[in-house]
Design a protein around this ligand. Structure first.
Ligand SMILES: *[C@@H]1O[C@H](CO)[C@@H](O)[C@H](O)[C@H]1NC(C)=O
Ligand SMILES: *[C@@H]1O[C@H](CO)[C@@H](O)[C@H](O)[C@H]1NC(C)=O
Ligand SMILES: *[C@@H]1O[C@H](CO)[C@@H](O)[C@H](O)[C@H]1NC(C)=O
Ligand SMILES: *[C@@H]1O[C@H](CO)[C@@H](O)[C@H](O)[C@H]1NC(C)=O
Ligand SMILES: *[C@@H]1O[C@H](CO)[C@@H](O)[C@H](O)[C@H]1NC(C)=O
Ligand SMILES: *[C@@H]1O[C@H](CO)[C@@H](O)[C@H](O)[C@H]1NC(C)=O
Length: 674
């Protein structure tokens, strides 16, 4: 049944055209089912005969086939879509008239990539004519197979180049031979090997176009750029991650044996006016003017659609660095006398003392009453001198049962560990005094050790957020690198706006640092304190480790938050022909630990605080509460004095009025009172 249908169509086709077989079916069949093993096949041809028989044969081999007649009008972009059914091969009969146009379009749309397996039927065609130099997207990721024919066999060649835009020649490797008579396939090289990094990693000294960002005047030549980037030390206007990515680039350069001709830009991003023209490194890569960049780029959601990422490892971390000085204390803990105990403890202590005082007064009152009763009995019965002496002693005790204000003072003195004079003699008072002393020793020890511990521990951090920095007395400067200028110009974040208006707008004196500067110049200010410098922390750590002493290192604080901490992307042009190659190489470099080693070299750890503790002197704001207490005591005393004077005067006036009638009596009376 199948064969009868075939026969009918065959006769129909032979009526319309008398062309011989242009494409040999067995080659296409073997290519699809034995070499690339795809499941979908798109055939571009210009003879119905070819189309018909190949489609039938492929469908019989369980393939999903889409035939396209090249004389018809077709839209390549809608044929090669993302929604292709499976791994796809594209077969092109290059003897057809429309073939050069098709290949040109495929190159312009970057279809010679890992998504498709292309078969170029090139019998009687010359490969250098098929893929001329202006078809520039035939790179190391191309999966192109070219077929030509000798007298007795078809030859399948793997074709790629290291970059046609760089005038790199086409490289051909024989994949397989198919004898014309016996139709026997002899595989010479595994096609997937030929298409892999194994056969495509020798660039033979090809010069790629590189890009970098150095924010310095007059950096134009490749030699200048390489000299700056390969220097291991910090350079002005060069971010730490630039040098790191340059080292990664050097890894690739050694691996693939290429050289790079760099061009410089002053910044990463930005636009010209309100046009869409992109400036800086991103613009260069976006316009495909560079194959590789010695720089990372920030993650922005739109950038994933515009660039390919080949590697991510550098953690971009910037922070305000400053030296902590006690006047930066934001929480006011170091000198607060109430801090060691919580409010409940204080209230409970006061309540306890009041309770103890009342019990003591009660005891006093009871014993006084008991004594006076006892005295009466004794006076009635015994008149012995010895006992009288004893009695007078008892009288003293009774007198020492002084009034309640003195009792309160006594308790207060005991709690403040200032002793107690006179020492009470009776048992109940003594037991109370004993417990009060015990209580005060315990509490006092907790209190002092907590204060001492607080002063010794360097738990004081000072300002911890950008806003706290903005509100602190710190002077602020930034590293002289492009991204800050972009941030201040473009950010509408209220934190940044506040920072600009409070810290950056005021004019600066001659012995202050400018808004932008270099780390080396900032170090003396950092050492002195009262100054914060914002930069990439890994740039600052080595120089800080070198120039700061142990105490200064312990005082070093960092506050991030102005720019996000993020992992940077190493980007190339979207759908670059080098994406897969470089990505694979970087994966391997990470696996064998090269990336880790570079990171350890380049991302210096924060210098560690070596001294056990630092004592921060208590500042005037810390002890102010003690002075305030003293002052209020003095004021209360003065007030009490005034009150006493007033009350005495008032009493005297009343007395005077009472004895007004005789002046003589008044005089006597005053003397009397005195
Ligand atoms: C398609 O174009 C080729 C070359 O111009 C021509 O030989 C062939 O007849 C055309 N086929 C059809 C169906 O128009
Ligand atoms: C291949 O190119 C097409 C068209 O440019 C694109 O959609 C596809 O994502 C590319 N595939 C890969 C693996 O880059
Ligand atoms: C292909 O054409 C070029 C010139 O266009 C020529 O130099 C080369 O020898 C030709 N190769 C073959 C195999 O015919
Ligand atoms: C087939 O292509 C290869 C590679 O370009 C070339 O060396 C060879 O001469 C070609 N053979 C014929 C018969 O054109
Ligand atoms: C790199 O390429 C140059 C130029 O082709 C070549 O002489 C050199 O041997 C290659 N080096 C390596 C290590 O392959
Ligand atoms: C920005 O674009 C608008 C219209 O698109 C134009 O009127 C305006 O002059 C442009 N501004 C600048 C600075 O180019």
């Amino acid at each position: 049944m199948h064969s009868s249908a075939t026969r009918v169509v065959l006769t129909l086709v032979s009526i319309f055209s008398v062309t011989v077989f242009a494409m040999e079916g067995s080659v296409i069949m073997d290519y699809n089912t034995r070499l690339v093993r795809t499941k979908q096949c798109i055939i571009f041809a210009c003879s119905e005969h070819d189309l018909y028989f190949n489609v039938l044969a492929l469908m019989a081999a369980n393939q999903f086939v889409q035939p396209v007649h090249m004389n018809s009008s077709y839209d390549l972009v809608s044929i090669l879509t993302r929604e292709n059914y499976a791994r796809t091969s594209v077969i092109v009969d290059t003897t057809c008239e429309g073939a050069p146009k098709l290949l040109k379009e495929a190159s312009a749309n970057r279809y010679f990539n890992k998504t498709y397996q292309w078969l170029l039927w090139g019998v009687e065609a010359n490969i250098t004519d098929l893929l001329p130099i202006d078809l520039d997207y035939v790179g190391p990721n191309a999966q192109l197979t070219y077929v030509n024919k000798t007298s007795d066999a078809y030859l399948l060649w793997d074709v790629h180049s290291k970059g046609r835009h760089l005038k790199s020649p086409l490289e051909l490797h024989l994949i397989a031979k198919l004898s014309t008579e016996l139709h026997k396939l002899v595989v010479i090289n595994e096609i997937f090997d030929l298409q892999s990094i194994k056969y495509r990693s020798q660039f033979n000294g090809l010069t790629l176009r590189g890009a970098s960002v150095i924010d310095q005047e007059d950096i134009l030549t490749n030699q200048q750029i390489e000299a700056i980037l390969s220097r291991p030390t910090k350079d002005a206007g060069v971010a730490a991650f630039i040098k790191y990515h340059y080292e990664l680039l050097s890894l690739l350069r050694d691996l693939f044996n290429f050289t790079v001709n760099f061009r410089n830009s002053r910044g990463w991003a930005g636009r010209l006016g309100n046009t869409t023209f992109r400036l800086g490194l991103l613009g260069i890569i976006k316009r495909n003017e560079a194959d590789i960049a010695a720089s990372g780029a920030f993650n922005r959601i739109n950038r994933f659609a515009e660039f390919d990422t080949i590697h991510q490892s550098w953690k971009f971390e910037t922070a305000f660095l400053f030296r902590f000085t006690p006047d930066l204390d934001t929480r006011g803990k170091s000198g607060n006398f109430l801090a060691p105990f919580s409010r409940q403890v204080w209230l409970f202590t006061v309540a306890t003392l009041i309770g103890i005082n009342s019990i003591w007064l009660l005891l006093d009152y009871l014993s006084k009453r008991w004594h006076s009763q006892a005295m009466q009995c004794i006076e009635e019965r015994i008149f012995n001198i010895r006992i009288r002496r004893n009695l007078s002693a008892h009288q003293a005790i009774t007198n020492s049962h002084s009034n309640w204000t003195e009792r309160i003072l006594h308790t207060f003195g005991a709690v403040c560990q200032q002793g107690m004079e006179p020492i009470p003699r009776d048992m109940p008072s003594r037991s109370i005094v004993l417990t009060v002393f015990l209580f005060s020793v315990v509490m006092y020890n907790y209190y002092t050790s907590s204060v001492v511990g607080g002063l010794l521990s360097s738990s004081d951090l000072g300002p911890a957020t950008v806003d706290e920095i903005t509100n602190s007395p710190l002077k602020v400067s930034f590293e002289d690198i492009g991204y800050y200028k972009v941030l201040f110009k473009e950010s509408s974040n209220p934190t940044v706006t506040r920072l600009i208006s409070k810290k950056l707008s005021a004019s600066r004196g001659p012995n202050e640092m400018g808004v932008y500067g270099h780390i080396e110049d900032a170090i003396p200010y950092l050492k002195r304190g009262g100054f914060a410098f914002h930069c990439e922390v890994v740039d600052a750590y080595p120089i800080i480790a070198e120039l700061f002493d142990a105490n200064e290192i312990c005082d070093l604080r960092e506050v991030s938050g102005l720019m996000e901490v993020e992992i940077m992307n190493w980007i190339v042009h979207k759908n670059s022909q080098y994406t897969e190659l470089f990505k694979t190489a970087m994966c391997k470099a990470r696996e064998v630990g090269l990336v880790e080693r570079l990171l350890r070299q380049r991302q210096m750890k924060k210098p560690e605080c070596q001294s056990l503790y630092t004592v921060y002197p208590v500042t005037i704001s810390g002890v102010s509460s003690a002075f305030l207490t003293l002052l209020s005591g003095v004021l209360i005393a003065l007030f009490a004095l005034c009150l006493e004077i007033a009350s005495v005067k008032w009493q005297m006036r009343r007395w005077n009025r009472f004895f007004r009638p005789t002046r003589v009596h008044k005089g006597i009376a005053i003397q009397d009172q005195a």
